[in-house]
Ligand binder design. Structure first.
Ligand code: UD2
Length: 342
């Protein structure tokens, strides 16, 4: 994607910042983020060897290692001789604030809506608070897109399926979310479809499976970053339950590429799984990470998480067929790159 005016909500977050890194050299990119869980550090793509930039470069087959822009309203990228002509503007604000949203979205032709409260556990503790961000404010984003006549690619989740009836799970499977988070993502996913049907807004919902990669951090950040931290510190790797539960882990560079495909597809008004179609047990994962780090961490078990989903694996064929999207990074090489990056 080139020469577009693009808004990335949640652009300071884990997935959002990788998307910004891929887009900023060639597009006018706005970030709207309240930096509650995201950070400005995530947006300082200072050098090509910095954590994670390798994958982002791969994504665009780009040339000279991204932008130097870390300041608000920074204009122009490094522009070292090639045709890179992007810019990055950071709006520090909340997607639930209509003024901030309007300012960030003015004149855009494409919105990647990544801002969310991503913790399933937190949504269980505070359903209305998470609903305010994940659904109410997301509707403001959709309405703003109508105003601007902008395409919206939004982050949905495998959480819409709840406990899948069968595996791999396809987009036509029953949706029975088991958490407020899943309910909110399902509602958003359906709004996206209906905004297409009712108002002719080009929308695409991407149902992410278990995304991982550089810049994923924090207490609710996902099992791979938790295990990696534990292994690095030679502390016990804590498996919740028997470790036989399985997940479909998808590298953030593939998540970014799925978003880029969604930004140009004609197959709008649809939802797509974003996963590898492979599954890995949490026990295998623990061993893989321990070995990759060369750690002496013991692997221990504690209580299973209540309401935990047993197995999850994407049927990735619709995204392949309709978006032309295939994942590229296998779990082992994804973990290896994480281990060597820091
Ligand atoms: C992921 C997404 C969530 C939602 C959901 C859809 C993340 C962080 N969350 O939730 O947003 O889309 O998928 O189904 O990607 N575990 C351990 N030890 C730990 C941490 C986790 O054993 O220290 C287990 C945990 O009990 C679970 C598995 O690892 O069985 C994955 O947990 P997670 O929090 O990484 O992600 P998940 O699948 O609950």
């Amino acid at each position: 994607i080139r020469d577009r005016t693009v808004l990335v909500t949640g652009g300071g977050g884990f997935i959002g910042s990788h998307l910004v890194e891929a887009l900023a050299p060639y597009n006018d990119v706005r970030v709207l983020d309240n930096f509650s869980t995201g950070s400005r550090d995530n947006l300082s793509f200072a050098s090509p060897s910095a954590t994670g930039s390798q994958w982002a470069e791969d994504t665009l087959a780009s040339t000279d290692g991204g932008t130097d822009d870390t300041e608000s309203d920074a204009d122009g990228t490094d522009g070292e001789g090639d045709d890179s002509n992007g810019s990055l503007t950071i709006v520090d604000g909340d997607i639930s604030d209509p003024m901030a949203l309007q300012r960030a979205a003015r004149g855009v032709d494409l919105i990647f809506h990544q801002a969310a409260l991503v913790s399933v556990t937190e949504s269980v503790d505070a359903p209305r608070r998470s609903n305010e961000t994940n659904l109410d404010a997301s509707l403001l984003v959709l309405d703003q897109a109508r105003q601007e006549d902008a395409r919206v690619v939004l982050a949905s989740s495998a959480a819409v399926y709840g406990h899948p009836d069968e595996l791999p799970v396809s987009e036509t499977a029953t949706t029975e979310p088991t958490s407020p988070y899943g309910i909110q993502k399902l509602a958003l996913d359906q709004y996206a479809r209906r905004y297409h049907d009712l108002y002719d807004l080009p929308t695409v919902a991407l149902r992410y499976f278990n995304a991982y990669g550089p810049r994923q951090q924090g207490p609710y950040s996902g099992v791979i970053s938790t295990f990696l931290e534990q292994a690095r510190a030679d502390e016990p790797i804590t498996i919740e339950g028997d470790g036989e539960q399985t997940r479909d882990f998808v590298h953030v560079s593939d998540v970014v590429r799925a978003n880029l495909h969604a930004a140009t597809t004609d197959a709008v008004g649809e939802a797509y799984n974003v996963g590898t179609g492979e599954r890995t047990s949490i026990r295998e994962l623990a061993e893989l990470i321990r070995d990759a780090v060369g750690s002496s961490s013991p692997i221990v078990h504690r209580e299973p998480r209540s309401g935990d989903i047993r197995h999850s694996r994407a049927d990735a064929s619709k995204a392949s067929r309709e978006l032309g999207f295939e994942t590229r990074v296998g779990l082992e090489s994804g973990i290896r790159s994480l281990v060597t990056a820091a």
